[in-house]
Design a protein around this ligand. Structure first.
Ligand SMILES: NC(=O)CCC(=O)C(=O)O
Length: 265
């Protein structure tokens, strides 16, 4: 299976519309890949909080349309990263979109763990509550977004739902780059899954982005990692390695569920 992880620079000197056109053209260039992955909130930047409301779109808005067309033009499964979604009956959501090679929406995932503690995304957006998997011919994707990477129970839920390839769409800051690589490897090795994590490059809202998108195999080995700038990371991997790893080293079968909390003295 061939995947292209497109690490996009989000800088304020480019309009959202220009970036949308540029990203669509880059997706089209990936014809021949099976799966293409984009980062989190690449229209606005994940830290450009003031832009969320201004650039929010309905689910089937301009980014949806441009990405659906790019997926069908290229004939690829496209994880189109996330958009600030304006729900007509609710708050904004940080919503990832996945399109099939015919350009149909295969899944939408509203980010569950919002970043910012008591400010930023955590107060500006609503939290999703549903795990989302997507069945591809070769593998089952488990979807997640950026800060979700810090919450291992989410990935266990995805694995229990059949995920074999974990996808993380992110806008991760340079300041915590060491966490990014460490957590990506941890989530892959503990869940005996492939992990494809796509981050943004550039600087927006004064926050330098980490880049360093990464692909990890079920044994925790890094198959490919980008540098700091814009880059298309292309990897070939064998989805059959998930079942083989889980069979040869069946640690997932040794999970002890329903542990009792410590007794109070
Ligand atoms: N966009 C995000 O979710 C940022 C997450 C982050 O900066 C971190 O977990 O550290």
């Amino acid at each position: 299976m061939r995947a292209s992880v497109i690490q996009i620079a989000v800088n304020e000197d480019e309009s959202v519309e220009a970036r949308r056109r540029r990203v669509a053209a880059t997706v089209r260039e990936q014809a021949g890949a099976d799966l293409v992955v984009l980062p989190e909130l690449w229209t606005t930047g994940a830290f450009a909080y003031e832009e969320f409301g201004r650039e929010a779109e309905p689910l089937e808005g301009p980014t949806y349309e441009a990405m659906a067309k790019a997926a069908s033009d290229a004939g690829v499964w496209l994880h189109a990263g996330s958009i600030p979604e304006r729900d007509p009956d609710g708050p904004l959501y940080n919503t990832s979109l996945v399109f099939s090679p015919s350009g149909d929406l295969a899944a939408a995932y509203r980010k569950i763990h919002r970043f910012g503690f008591d400010k930023g995304e955590a107060v500006l957006m609503g939290a999703g509550s549903e795990l989302v998997t997507v069945r591809l011919p070769e593998t089952t994707l488990g979807l997640s977004t950026c800060y979700d990477l810090r919450f291992p129970e989410l990935y266990r839920g995805l694995v229990d739902a059949g995920a074999e390839t974990l996808v993380v769409s992110a806008g991760w800051p340079e300041r915590r780059r060491s966490h990014w690589t460490l957590l990506a490897q941890a989530r892959a090795v503990e869940n005996q899954s492939f992990l494809l994590a796509c981050a943004t490059a550039g600087t927006h809202a004064g926050v330098p982005q980490a880049g360093h998108s990464i692909v990890v195999d079920p044994w925790g080995e890094v198959l490919a990692q980008a540098g700091a700038g814009e880059e298309v990371l292309t990897v070939e991997f064998d989805p059959g390695k998930v079942a083989a790893t889980r069979e040869q080293f069946p640690a997932l079968k040794d999970r002890m569920l329903g542990l009792q909390p410590p007794r109070r003295p």
